[in-house]
Design a protein around this ligand. Structure first.
Ligand SMILES: *Cc1c(COP(=O)(O)O)cnc(C)c1O
Length: 393
């Protein structure tokens, strides 16, 4: 078969439907103002909520670690690639999250896609929020468990699914949810989910990717936000969002972490993180713990920006976090809106079907702690001009 012809026809299909990606090139550090395709813009589209990826302490820690321990670890974690740095980071994650233990993976994606299938054996049932991240969806797909979906953040529907699942007397029931949903910026009702789970003898798996560094006491995440310490069986998260580096983790009991280490193919069969990354990740936790001003600045900026957008007449949907959608009437308007914003010096992406429902196109904005008052004012005035021109407001 002519594979290249196949590839081309697949991509042509995407292009015909305007569903193809062609990423802009970041030419500077990822910061409040950054250079994309050689143009400096206010970046409203990064996961770098606290600006840690360009924090001096993280950069210094990576340089020192590379100098002392090299550019790579030389192996997978299980064989010869576990350094003291990896162990130190895991101890720090457990401390930060108030759990007994933690295990560091290549990425958040590989936690969900490797750990879920290890836990969810034949005879189990998994109940998953319909808007969960693709990595949870893939992890669930790879498992042999029976799969059920509940309506987004709908605890009544979850209760119905739990009742249905319990009636079949499975070996185990796992409820899996994102903590913060990345397209709407809304928060899972984890307190109610935990209550229902305990009522039906089910366990809870929460993905705190967008909650770490954002929610809870000094950014310690969704479990802290709801005061649920000790009540959630499995928490996972990532260093690629607010922590400013890369790498996923799971945390909870030491039994969980030992199981995860022995059973996740995505942990066992992949090279471990280079020392520079691990050291920067430790430094990220140092900074969050010693410089609480960043989490405060994040929420101050989030409040000002949402107030500004709403004041202009934009609908910000169900946002409760620094992820703030500006809803658009049509997918084509969302795309045009994003192009016009970029021309005005603001970079925020259109999110349309199939990433969100057909009738919910939007521009997704992500506010961070390092945006200055001027950055946010520039962004809001661009939203106002473009919004009026395209008749969104
Ligand atoms: C980004 C994200 C992930 C994946 O994390 P990576 O470490 O970037 O692979 C998983 N879950 C959710 C909810 C995310 O937003």
């Amino acid at each position: 078969m002519d594979l290249n012809a196949f590839f081309k026809s697949q991509v042509d299909d995407l292009k015909a439907n305007q569903l193809n990606w062609s990423p802009k090139t970041l030419g500077s550090m990822s910061a409040n103002r950054a250079t994309f395709d050689n143009k400096e813009v206010v970046a409203l589209c990064t996961n770098n909520y606290l600006g840690l990826s360009s924090h001096k302490k993280l950069i210094r820690a990576s340089m020192d670690a590379a100098k002392h321990f090299g550019a790579g670890s030389g192996s997978v974690r299980a064989i010869a690639g576990t350094m003291q740095l990896h162990r130190d980071l895991e101890a720090r994650i457990a401390g930060f999250k108030h759990t007994d233990a933690a295990l560091y993976y290549q990425s958040g994606f590989t936690v969900n896609s490797g750990l879920l299938p290890a836990i969810l054996q034949e005879g189990w049932t998994v109940i998953s929020d319909e808007l969960n991240h693709g990595s949870i969806i893939d992890g669930v797909r790879l498992s042999k468990a029976e799969k059920m979906i509940y309506r987004h953040n709908d605890v009544d529907d979850l209760e119905a699914r739990l009742r249905e699942a319990r009636a079949k007397n499975p070996k185990g029931i796992l409820v899996a949810t994102d903590g913060v949903f990345s397209m709407d910026g809304d928060i899972a009702p984890l307190d109610r989910i935990a209550e229902l789970a305990s009522q039906f003898d089910a366990n809870v798996y929460v993905d705190d990717a967008h909650g770490d560094g954002v929610l809870g006491e000094n950014g310690t995440g969704i479990v802290s936000h709801f005061g649920l310490h000790g009540k959630i069986d499995i928490e996972m998260g990532t260093f690629s969002k607010a922590f400013g580096t890369v790498g996923g983790y799971v945390c909870g009991s030491s039994d969980l972490c030992e199981f995860a280490l022995n059973k996740s193919r995505t942990w066992l069969l992949t090279g471990s993180h280079p020392p520079a990354t691990v050291a920067a990740s430790i430094a990220a936790l140092d900074v969050i713990e010693s410089e609480p001003k960043w989490v405060k600045a994040l929420w101050r900026n989030r409040k000002a920006f949402v107030r500004g957008l709403q004041g202009l007449g934009f609908n910000t949907g169900n946002s409760q976090t620094p992820i703030v959608p500006a809803m658009m009437p049509e997918a084509s308007v969302a795309k045009e809106f994003s192009r016009a914003l970029y021309d005005e010096g603001v970079y925020a992406l259109p999110i349309v079907f199939p990433m969100v429902a057909k009738d919910k196109p939007r521009i997704r904005c992500q506010v961070n702690a390092r945006h200055s008052k001027e950055d946010l004012e520039l962004a809001l005035s661009a939203f106002e001009r473009v919004g009026k021109r395209l008749r969104v407001i």
